[in-house]
Design a binder for this molecule. Structure first.
Ligand code: WT7
Length: 662
């Protein structure tokens, strides 16, 4: 996005309002509007309400320990186990025959799977026993590079059971990206799969995983491979330290592994995410606070109840899938739906077919998907009976009023509240959104901060902006689901999130998520997008520096500047401006190599939409690349003031080159 204030303001205009549908309010989990005041007055003790949703082995002493800010601790000295909370306690409560996971593979001739809580618990036990057998101990980081198959949540919960933090690397990430993350986490174990299906074809995943393993700088002790493709597989032989998942599980069938009592502050998992520098950030989440947070927000915002069937279209490889496919819904004992493939295979009504078949109560997706649905047309949802739906959700990027209203009308039939949930990998779960049974909706605005969450919009001087003005989103009180640190890098944690607006001497710690936002006179927050050098492509966070590094590594390239340009369905698309070395032409071949290098370093989802060769890059007098200007050029906007350009003529040159490549 651009940080130009006039532009920010313009995008706040023209919102309408919708009251929560009455039929929804009647059965909603939360309907007492007193909750906002109550949480304010009773903070931080109010968060006992979140911890109460869980089973604890040892009670906690203190809700919040803030003696070492900003290294906050929640539910101190409490002990619990996430796998017990997501599985055993439901079985023990007599709900073992209820379906925990409904899995839908992409091929239409393959039977869907219904995995009950009892079955899931026994497979998690068997795999936990297998991992122990392989030598995985408490606090060993186990990496998962897996597609959307049931074995992924099984592996996550098996790790949680034995106290081994998982680090899930989205299956679309490249071999290099996998290696970088395994190296950063010193992870000696990998769980992966032979492949998966995409648009009807089997896709070789193990080859990529093996390439990644070749780039790991320490010894990898064991690799577990799920055979997803069967006869469609690519015939890879397993290496000596590679084990077939099914064989391991059958060897350990019937075994029970006692869930390890984890301290509330013990790490549940790591998730790498993109930041301003090329180095991914290892976001560390703690067991007690995280699980409380995702359970409480699943209950209050997504309105999940134990007998609900809940469908989130995210990939478990990203935080949305961790929090709101796996941990939140399973902790509440609901049925969570997992779909392996793309929404338009074999036809553009695949998701609606799934909603209808399993009578989903909630549906949670991203604006990029909603924009595609809208483009495809209302005939696809109209082909199906979607009347089971009670609530709709969106996450990942700002949603414009038009797709919001389309979603509300054509998917929700005007009878489901839409929760536009703002949060991040770092926040663990939702932070800003309407409570669907209480607050009216304003399309385009996420809504007020959740009860007990203190969000303020500040200008660059640190003053709160007036309603209607734009500024920077900041969080002024800690919350249980917050990241605890960046893995093995406390310094970067403080630097990245707590240095911009905190007043250390005054003991005021302010979390800065690097988003721009506006606020209205009813405290509704409109999130405008990131203000750092991170792009949001189809809801995926991609650092411009990561893409630039990949392009600069290509022979013949001198410099690269990467920006996010507006894109109809993706939200943002990657635009790369590249200068070549002396004597090197900007050829199609060089362009191809630049694109391939990005795919190799990150993954196909980061592929540049455009690679524009230019004789120079616009820079300030101090030599900093003027991204704003490139963004404007990418968006065909007014170029603004170019007087600070070291080389003003360059702007026109770039435009001409861009036109030539259009
Ligand atoms: C960034 C976080 C939250 C899980 C998926 C993405 C943007 C997220 C919204 C929203 C406007 C949003 C922000 C945020 N974002 N939700 N409802 N409205 N923007 O997690 O990869 O950590 O990305 O996504 O810019 O900082 P993530």
């Amino acid at each position: 996005m651009s940080t130009d204030d006039g532009e920010l303001e313009a995008s706040l205009e023209g919102r309408e309002e919708f009251e929560p549908p009455e039929a929804f309010v009647e059965g909603a989990n939360v309907t007492d509007e007193g909750i906002y005041e109550e949480f304010d007055e009773n903070w931080p003790e109010c968060w006992a309400a979140a911890a109460e949703l869980l089973d604890w082995y040892d009670d906690y002493d203190q809700v919040l320990d803030d003696s070492n800010e900003p290294f906050y601790e929640w539910f101190t000295d409490g002990t619990l186990n996430a796998s017990h909370n997501c599985l055993d306690r439901h079985v023990e409560a007599g709900r073992g025959e209820e379906v925990a996971i409904r899995w839908v593979g992409e091929p239409t001739d393959e039977a869907d799977r219904a995995i009950t809580y009892k079955e899931l618990r026994s497979e998690v036990n068997a795999f936990a026993a297998s991992l122990r057998d392989l030598g995985v101990g408490e606090d060993d980081v186990v990496t998962m590079h897996m597609p959307m198959i049931p074995e992924l949540p099984v592996a996550m919960l098996a790790c949680a059971r034995i106290g081994a933090p998982h680090s899930v690397v989205f299956a679309g990430f490249s071999a290099d990206a996998l290696a970088t993350r395994m190296n950063a986490a010193d992870s000696e174990y990998l769980v992966t799969a032979d492949g998966y299906y995409r648009r009807g074809d089997p896709l070789d995943h193990l080859e990529k995983a093996n390439d990644g393993l070749a780039g790991v700088s320490h010894e990898v002790s064991d690799v577990v491979v799920v055979d997803r493709l069967g006869d469609d597989g690519f015939g890879h032989d397993l290496a000596d330290n590679q084990h077939d998942y099914a064989s391991l599980v059958s060897e350990h069938e019937g075994e029970t592994v006692e869930p390890v009592a984890r301290d509330a502050e013990d790490m549940l998992f790591l998730m790498y995410t993109s930041g301003t520098t090329g180095e991914p950030k290892g976001v560390k989440h703690a067991t007690g606070g995280y699980l409380s947070w995702v359970s409480w927000t699943s209950q209050t915002v997504l309105d999940v109840e134990a007998d609900d069937t809940y469908f989130c279209t995210a990939d478990i490889g990203w935080i949305t899938g961790h929090s709101y496919i796996v941990y939140g819904p399973l902790a509440l004992g609901a049925t969570t739906v997992m779909y392996e493939g793309t929404p338009d295979f074999p036809e553009r009504d695949r998701l609606w077919e799934i909603v209808e078949a399993y009578e989903a109560d909630q549906f949670y997706t991203a604006p990029t998907a909603i924009r595609s649905f809208m483009k495809w047309g209302s005939e696809y949802p109209e082909r199906h009976d979607l009347s089971s739906l009670r609530l709709l959700g969106t996450v990942g990027e700002p949603i414009n009023p038009r797709p919001w209203k389309w979603y509300y009308q054509h998917v929700g039939g005007g009878e489901c509240p839409v929760v536009d949930t703002w949060w991040q990998t770092e926040t663990g779960g939702m932070m800003v959104t309407t409570l669907p049974g209480i607050r009216k909706m304003k399309p385009g605005s996420a809504g007020p901060a959740l009860p007990g969450v203190d969000v303020r919009i500040l200008d660059s001087a640190g003053e709160q902006v007036d309603p209607g003005e734009a500024g920077y989103l900041t969080v002024h009180k800690p919350w249980p689901g917050m990241l605890r640190t960046l893995y093995k890098n406390d310094e970067r944690f403080v630097e990245e999130y707590w240095s911009e607006y905190s007043d250390e001497d005054a003991g005021e710690w302010v979390y800065f998520p690097e988003d721009g936002a506006g606020i209205d006179d009813e405290d509704y927050i409109t999130v405008l997008g990131r203000v750092d050098d991170v792009m949001n492509v189809s809801g995926h966070r991609i650092g411009t520096a990561e893409v630039e590094n990949a392009i600069v590594g290509v022979e013949g390239v001198a410099e690269a500047a990467v920006v996010g340009g507006e894109h109809e369905t993706k939200g943002e698309a990657v635009y790369a401006y590249v200068t070549t070395e002396e004597g090197q032409e900007g050829t199609d071949d060089l362009r191809k190599r630049a694109v391939e290098s990005v795919e190799d370093a990150i993954g196909p989802f980061a592929r540049p939409e455009e690679v524009v060769f230019t004789p120079d890059l616009p820079k300030t007098r101090s030599g900093k690349i003027m991204r704003r200007l490139l963004e404007d050029i990418a968006n065909d906007d007014d170029l603004g003031d170019t007087s600070t350009l070291r080389n003003p003529g360059i702007v026109e040159d770039i435009q001409q080159h861009e036109q030539a490549t259009d």
